[in-house]
Design a protein around this ligand. Structure first.
Ligand SMILES: [Ca+2]
Ligand SMILES: [Ca+2]
Length: 320
């Protein structure tokens, strides 16, 4: 680029008004564009330096021209665009900075370029310094828009399919994560049962209106397609307490088969010593008079081993 020098007679000194740092950068996304496959994007930009003590250099005009078509787009003062008469242009963007250190640019885009866009392009930028000295800067580039071959199209299809596989994998991973987070249960209870819920826990329960001994209560629950209520976890106990019917109830836990080996009614699993500590009241199970069946005592919110022949209300549940 040519620098402009003005000689001041008084000081007999030549001062560089436009520094050699003011470079015009004119680029395209590719010098060879494949028709139908690639867009054509050209960007001409300039970043003028601040001349310390002398104020900054303003860019007042930018223009992109084609060697045969002529002017394609301009951006001038107040950032007004003129996309010219080339209607095949899809987008024109531009900005002129009147301060140094900020980039000025003009960018044009053809979404579907054709062979008409082949040729030499020139970008012109006009700058003015604090003393009003104007300079025109120029840069050129040559672009060739070529016909797309069958092999080019195959490459595109292969790329699309590759990306499709990647996207499919991403979707599958996301779906698996989603499935782990969201499990949509079927919350429909059998006839006569009521749904109780607390947080992510839920159960279908039925409360008797009459009292029975443990075995009759157990059998009645089986006839209703369920089993005596189990309280295997702290969370399940909390769910039950929030829906406590306020009665002395049989629950599905007993040591009828083997003393002090308490088993749950639903799957015959053992409620070990740690489980018993959480379920039973302090001092229970005490097996007084051979108590083998667990019952819930509502006023104290505890479980006690009780005589299996005594009569109690009971709660059945069925799994969802
Ligand atoms: Ca016992
Ligand atoms: Ca007891």
């Amino acid at each position: 680029m040519t620098s402009v020098y003005v000689c001041f007679a008084v000081y007999a000194l030549c001062v560089s008004l436009i520094t050699s740092d003011s470079r015009l950068n004119f680029i395209a996304n590719s010098e060879v564009i494949k028709e139908l496959i690639q867009p054509l994007v050209m960007r001409c930009s300039i970043q003028t330096p601040n001349s310390e003590g002398n104020g900054s250099i303003a860019v007042t005009f930018m223009n992109i021209l084609h060697e045969t078509t002529g002017s394609l787009a301009t951006v001038s003062k107040n950032n007004k665009y003129d996309p010219s008469s080339d209607t095949s242009l899809n987008k024109v963007r531009g900005y002129l900075s009147d301060q140094g250190s900020k980039e000025s640019y003009l960018q044009i885009t053809w979404t579907n370029p054709t062979s008409l866009q082949t040729g030499k392009y020139t970008c012109v930028a006009r700058t003015r310094n604090y003393a009003g000295v104007v300079e025109n800067l120029e840069a050129t580039l040559t672009v060739s828009v070529t016909k797309t071959s069958f092999d080019d199209l195959v490459d595109v299809v292969v790329d699309v399919l590759k990306n499709l596989d990647v996207e499919k994998t991403k979707i599958r991973v996301l779906q698996e994560k989603l499935d782990k987070v969201i499990t949509i249960p079927d919350l429909s209870c059998k006839v006569g049962y009521n749904l109780i819920m607390h947080g992510s826990l839920y159960a279908c329960v039925w409360v008797s209106k009459v009292e029975k001994n443990y075995i009759d209560a157990r059998d009645d629950c089986k006839e209703k397609g369920g089993h005596l209520l189990t309280l295997k976890t702290h969370e399940k106990f909390q769910l039950f307490l929030r829906n406590d019917p306020g009665r002395y109830l049989w629950i599905g836990l007993n040591d009828r088969e083997s003393e002090n080996t308490f088993r749950w009614e639903d799957d015959n699993s053992i409620c070990n010593i740690y489980c018993q500590e959480k379920i039973f009241a302090t001092g229970e199970p005490n097996n007084i008079n051979n108590e083998d069946c667990a019952a819930y005592y509502p006023t104290r919110h505890i479980v006690n081993d009780n005589d299996c022949e005594s009569l109690n209300y009971y709660m059945c549940e069925h799994p969802l």
